[in-house]
Each structure stands twice: as C-alpha cells, then as structure tokens.
Design a protein. Structure first.
Length: 444
C-alpha cells in the first residue's frame, strides 16, 4: 500500500468521501487536520444539506430528481443515547442541553461541527456518486490502486475524478428491508415502512399492527399508542420484560395475510388491521459499488469479508465507515476514520491480503459457531469497546475514555428496564472514568 516514502515523493493523497452525514463529516474533519499528507477531500452529498439521517425531511417517497428520500427520521424522535456518549469525543454538545435530544439538536450539532472544521467548501451538494471503481496498475513497487469516482450533479452533468482513497460514508438506514409475507397483496389496509413514518396523527383511532420490536418498532408503537391508535406489537423476541401502556398488545410475528385480508400470527392468532407498519429495519445498499470487483459479497444484512469491519482485504484504500450496528455511532466513526487515515499514512503495518481475509472470515465463522444469524453478524454490542481499543492501539491515537463505555452500558440497562422514562434522566461526565446522574427533567 502507501508508505511514508511514497507520500513524500508524491503529492498529497487525494481522498473522496461519499456522504456528508455524521460519518462523512468526521472523515472530512480528520483529513483536513492533516494537510501534510492529504489534499482537502472531495465530499459528495446527494442532498442539498449535511446531516444525513438527522436532517428531518417531511416528504416521503422521492426527491424532485426522482432519487429516494434518504432520511428515516420522524418528527418526535429523541436520541436513545445521551449526548455525553453520543458526541464525537473531541466535540461536545452544548452543555446547556439535556442529555437526550430531539433530532433538531443533533442536526444543529452536526452543522456546527461542519462549520467549526471548515468542511462546507469541500462538499459538492446535490451530487450523487454513481460509481466507485478501482483502477489497478502494475508498477516496480507492486500493484498500485487508484479510484475513479463518477458522480452526477443536479444539472445532470457527469464527472469522473481520480483519487488515491475513498471513504464510503453513505449510511445504511435508508433502504427499507421488507420481509416476504405470503399473501401481502391481499391486505386491504395500508402497508407502510418506518422509513416513511413521520408522525402519529394519521393513525389516530386506527388499528395498527407494528411488525418488529427494534428501536423503531418500540418507539413508534409507544407514540401511536399515545395518539389513540390500537397497537399490536408483533415480534419474534421473548415477551418484552416491561409493561406496555394501555392500548398496546404484543403478538408473535405476522406470518401470512389470509384470503379475507386478515393477518395471521405465528401462534395461529388472527386479526384484522387498518395498517401494517413494517419496522423491520434496513438493508445494506451500495449501488455505486460492484462487489465482485472488490472481492466482497453484499447481502441485505451482511457485507463480507471486511478487515476490521472496514476495508476489503484486496483494496485497503477503500474504507466503509460505520457499517456495524448496535454501536455508539459517532464514537466509532471517530475511531474508524483515524485508523483508516493511519493506514493511508503508512503508520499502520497491515497484514498481507491473505491474512486480512483469514481474520475477517474467521471472525464470521466464530459467530456462526456461536449461533449468530447472518442478519446479526454486523451487530457489535459489547465488542465495540475492545474493537475501538484495537483500532486506537494500531492507529496510535488516544482510545475512547472508559466513562463512555460505563455510561453507555448504564443507559442500555435503563432502556431495557424503563423504555418509556429512561430519557427523563440527565447525566454529566465528571472525569474520563466517572459520570453522575443529575436531576430528572422538570415535569416528567
Ligand atoms: C430513525 C433513526 C434514529 C437514530 N437514532 C440514533 C440515536 O439516537 N443516536 C445515535 O447515535 N444514532 C442514531 N441513529 C443512527 C444514525 O444512523 C447515526 O447516528 C448516524 O447518523 C449515521 O451517520 P452516517 O453518516 O453513517 O449515515 P447517514 O446519516 O445516513 O448519512 C449518509 C449521507 O450519505 C449521503 N449519500 C448516500 N448515498 C450517496 C451517494 N450515492 N452519493 C452522494 N451522497 C450519498 C446521504 O444523502 C447522507 O447525507 C439513528 C438512525 C435512525 C435511522
Ligand atoms: N433514537 C431512537 O429512539 C431510535 C428510534 C428508531 C431507530 N433508531 C435507530 O435506528 C436504527 C434502525 O433501527 P430499526 O428499529 O429501524 O431497525 P433494526 O434495529 O434493524 O430492527 C428491526 C427489527 O425488526 C425485526 N424483524 C425484521 N423482520 C422481521 C419479521 N419478518 N418478523 C418479525 N420481526 C422482524 C428484527 O428482528 P431480528 O432482531 O430478529 O433481526 C429487528 O428486531 C438503529 O440504529 C436504532 O438504534 C433509534
């Protein structure tokens, strides 16, 4: 790959960043901080703004240019992590704000991050990346890779530019996963995915079956319940270990729509409903990549093999930032970006391609042995902390502070036990190892 000698001999490295959400902004911020090695990045952003997921878009369906709406944000969403652990480690939220924030505050925070780090001039708004293609060349020093990035701006004009590295920061909560439910065409009510859910009012007084009890399914069920919908929360988890408010019932997963349009659940129960709300999550979608060309397999819920959940072993100058689930996203973007830049700078000595492949494959095999389903292979959960430490150690940058893990785990416990009120508490970081709980929010 790139060695220090090569960097000094050649010009600064040119990096393309796909997406100006939290991950893309983080990548741009760290690239701009290293002008000796890197030219200012070119950040491609298909919308007219930064923020990605956090930019609330009232519209559903498509933008004027026909591309699907990116953000899955809904109007009343509040963060499920406190700002003290959600933040980029080097950029705190406003100290006056409560711990759990409405989405507008996260959007403001990302805009401030973008302004403070002078990223905006490097963003090409309303420009969609259509293809990212490796170009390999045999040289005396071995095989060298550059990347052709083809994009189209809103005037329809296409351009191809060459880079030394590409950071894929396009997010993975935009393309709805729609499970196959036999007979779904017979359902007489409305079928909607949480990606297109914005607020509860249209569902007031209606019977709604919510399928899936992840963060969206639970949160949306609670807000539909408060809006006088009759909610059946249909899911395959063990019965939820906390009481649900009046008007919300649990059921096993919907498995079929019958001849008369009623929904049949896994345990044989049957119900009629006016709305089937699919809160079944999202699939990975990288329409601008050709997986076979990169030695990758991209499935609905799995991208493999990726060394350190980041890069195709055959192309360690392509980085997919933030692909893992059940993580503290901004903190992980911060670590992955710094690690990736250290790789490009040559300060991380990578194993051989075969060794990287073996490590990535073994990691997946271990999960299969533990009984993890392919759809859950990229869920990191507790492993995120040792992963972040490894990246910091290899990339020689400061590790995340222990207080982040400790507060994250506390909030996780509270969320499991009290999903309706855990956001009422405020926290404060006292030191790198200690946090404290503050007052409950007034009136709650
Ligand atoms: C409903 C919901 C609630 C969430 N709540 C929380 C929370 O409380 N706390 C938390 O920490 N995380 C939460 N998350 C996770 C959230 O996804 C991350 O916080 C973070 O926003 C992900 O950032 P990202 O940059 O990876 O992706 P995104 O925010 O999705 O940004 C990707 C960007 O890439 C652009 N893009 C995509 N394709 C292209 C292309 N081909 N060309 C050019 N640009 C492109 C998009 O327009 C977008 O701006 C939530 C996610 C969802 C869906
Ligand atoms: N701030 C907030 O309060 C908030 C709100 C919403 C979302 N989010 C975030 O947004 C991201 C996406 O969350 P999400 O809930 O939309 O997606 P998700 O986490 O992928 O959850 C989808 C759920 O649907 C279930 N499912 C899928 N197909 C099913 C089927 N056929 N029958 C029954 N269940 C099925 C899945 O079960 P399996 O687990 O078995 O696969 C999973 O529990 C997460 O990062 C989340 O934290 C945050």
């Amino acid at each position: 790959m790139f060695s220090r000698a090569r960097i000094t001999m050649m010009q600064q490295l040119r990096v393309a960043v796909v997406g100006a959400g939290a991950a893309g902004l983080c990548a741009a911020r760290h690239i701009l901080a290293r002008p000796d090695t890197f030219a200012p990045p070119v950040v491609y952003e298909l919308t007219e703004h930064v923020g990605g997921t956090w930019f609330y878009e009232e519209r559903t369906g498509s933008y004027d240019n026909g591309l699907p709406i990116h953000s899955s944000m809904y109007r009343n969403l509040r963060t499920n992590l406190p700002k003290e652990v959600m933040m980029f480690p080097d950029f705190p939220f406003d100290s006056q704000l409560p711990s759990f924030l409405p989405h507008e505050e996260v959007q403001r925070y990302l805009e401030r991050y973008c302004q403070c780090h002078l990223i905006t001039p490097h963003i090409r708004f309303s420009t969609v990346v259509e293809e990212v293609r490796p170009i390999t060349e045999e040289t005396e020093k071995g095989v060298m890779t550059t990347w052709e990035v083809t994009s189209q701006d809103k005037s329809g004009s296409q351009e191809t530019q060459t880079f030394d590295s590409v950071f894929i920061c396009s997010g993975h909560y935009s393309d709805p996963y729609i499970p196959s439910i036999p007979g779904i065409e017979r359902f007489k009510g409305k079928v909607i995915h949480s990606h297109s859910y914005r607020h509860p009012e249209p569902f007031s007084g209606q019977s709604v079956v919510v399928l899936g009890a992840g963060a969206s399914g639970l949160d949306i069920s609670l807000e539909l319940g408060r809006s006088n919908a009759q909610v059946t929360l249909s899911h395959g988890k063990p019965t939820l270990p906390f009481p649900l408010p009046y008007g919300i019932h649990q059921a096993t997963p919907v498995v079929e729509v019958q001849e008369d349009g009623s929904l049949r659940f896994q345990d044989g129960a049957i119900t009629q409903a006016q709305v089937l709300m699919l809160c079944t999550g999202y699939k990975f979608s990288y329409p601008f990549l050709k997986p076979a060309q990169l030695g990758l397999e991209i499935h609905d819920h799995l991208v493999t093999p990726l060394y350190k959940f980041l890069m195709p072993p055959a192309f360690p100058s392509l980085f997919i930032i933030g692909i893992c689930k059940m993580i503290c996203p901004f903190q992980q973007f911060h670590c992955q970006t710094q690690f990736s830049l250290a790789v490009l700078e040559g300060s991380v000595t990578l194993p051989s391609q075969a060794e990287m492949e073996e490590e990535a494959v073994k990691e997946m095999e271990r999960k299969v042995e533990w009984g993890v389903k392919p759809r859950n292979m990229l869920k990191m959960d507790k492993d995120q902390w040792s992963y972040a430490r490894t990246l910091a150690q290899m990339g020689k940058f400061p590790p995340l502070t222990p207080v982040t893990q400790s507060l994250y785990e506390e909030v996780w416990r509270q969320k499991q036990a009290h999903p309706q009120i855990y956001r009422h508490v405020n926290y404060r970081l006292v030191s790198d190892t200690q946090w404290e709980q503050q007052d409950r929010q007034a009136g709650e």
